[in-house]
Design a protein around this ligand. Structure first.
Ligand SMILES: NC(=O)c1ccc[n+]([C@@H]2O[C@H](COP(=O)([O-])OP(=O)(O)OC[C@H]3O[C@@H](n4cnc5c(N)ncnc54)[C@H](OP(=O)(O)O)[C@@H]3O)[C@@H](O)[C@H]2O)c1
Length: 309
């Protein structure tokens, strides 16, 4: 059977998913947007589909709500108000933050006499800075799905159609899950921009070379974590208990790139916890802790660089 899919939300995620949904086993009906121009653009970019009205959702086997988290309940409520439910259709959202409660809160499954759609969530675990890059990030990315028992097969099928590797979420704490995703993706992106700023402050390297260093180090650190786990993958001055180098870093950051100081302290505190778990002696750990607790531009805590570091 050809699966007919409609997408509510012609933004970054909706457009990327719409472009990916092609082939003999799937038909993209089109997009419902808050304004027609955005839906028209998404159809053109996806290369298929048409501008849909709420009532058109009744023709779809699968309705994907790809609107922003703050708009999700309103969009579902609008679809419910238009009586757009089709018996046995699957309605799913792409939010990492919400579970299935968002559908019920918006009025689904409350009204008697309405067809009971199946409910699910399918979170494409990839960054979508724009539709184009998101589309490139889709193949092989995890598709974390959550659904009623009667939704499971279709959710997994949809993951395969989208090129995602299906992973089931057994209804854990969605907000914490989403915080972890935000830290991993947005946190790393923000960290990369701060690393760039510190390399620029140091001078001596042109921008492209500095970018290569950042990418090489961040990539190999992630590969070490994958191979060894974060505790065994840690390296550097904190692991060595080298409080003198930590103080030197802080002084230079305060003088040249003060906006990065707090990030450095927060991340090196986390690194210190890993180093202690790895067996860093208490005296060395205390010295690093003193260095990190030093007030900006305050007096040195009286530590000397260790030789050979
Ligand atoms: N971006 C990511 O990296 C990423 C990754 C995975 C999952 N997600 C999730 O995917 C969802 C969409 O994110 P996004 O980044 O694609 O957001 P986005 O680019 O802001 O797109 C959301 C789209 O939904 C439209 N919209 C809002 N309310 C609507 C309504 N009531 N009816 C119809 N259309 C409506 C918006 O229209 P306007 O243009 O008028 O605002 C916009 O076109 C979110 O739940 C997000 O958490 C995002």
């Amino acid at each position: 059977m050809v699966l007919r899919v409609a997408i509510v939300g012609p933004g970054r995620v909706g457009s990327a998913l719409g472009r990916q949904l092609r082939g003999p086993r799937v038909e993209l009906l089109g997009f419902v947007g808050r304004n027609e121009a955005a839906a028209t653009r998404a159809c053109a970019w996806a290369g298929q589909g048409r501008v849909l009205q709420w009532a058109d959702l009744r023709a779809a086997h699968v309705v994907i709500f790809a609107v922003g988290d703050a708009d999700l309940a309103t969009a579902v409520a609008a679809a419910v108000a238009a009586s757009a439910q089709r018996s046995c259709a699957l309605w799913l959202h792409t939010s990492g933050r919400f579970g299935l409660e968002v559908f019920r809160d918006a009025g689904l499954h409350r009204e008697t006499g309405q067809p009971q759609v199946r409910l699910g969530a399918l979170h494409p675990v990839a960054p979508f800075p724009d539709a184009e890059q998101g589309f490139r990030n889709l193949p092989g990315a995890p598709g974390v799905w959550l659904g009623e028992a009667r939704s499971e097969r279709l959710l997994v099928r949809l993951c395969h159609l989208l090129g995602l590797v299906p992973i089931q979420d057994r209804a854990g704490d969605r907000v914490l899950y989403h915080a972890a995703c935000a830290l991993a993706a947005n946190g790393l992106t923000a960290l990369r921009s701060q690393v760039d700023a510190v390399f620029a402050g140091a001078g001596g390297l042109d921008r492209a070379d500095a970018a290569r260093l950042a990418e090489a180090l961040m990539g190999s650190a992630l590969r070490s974590c994958a191979a060894l786990g974060p505790q065994a993958a840690l390296s550097g001055p904190v692991l060595r208990g080298d409080a003198g180098t930590v103080v030197a870093h802080l002084r230079s950051l305060e003088a040249s790139v003060p906006a990065v100081r707090d990030t450095y302290v927060a991340l090196m505190q986390a690194a210190l916890a890993l180093a202690v778990a790895r067996g860093l002696p208490q005296a060395a750990a205390d010295a690093v802790q003193n260095a990190l607790s030093r007030a900006p531009s305050g007096p040195d805590p009286g530590v000397q660089p260790r030789s050979g570091d």
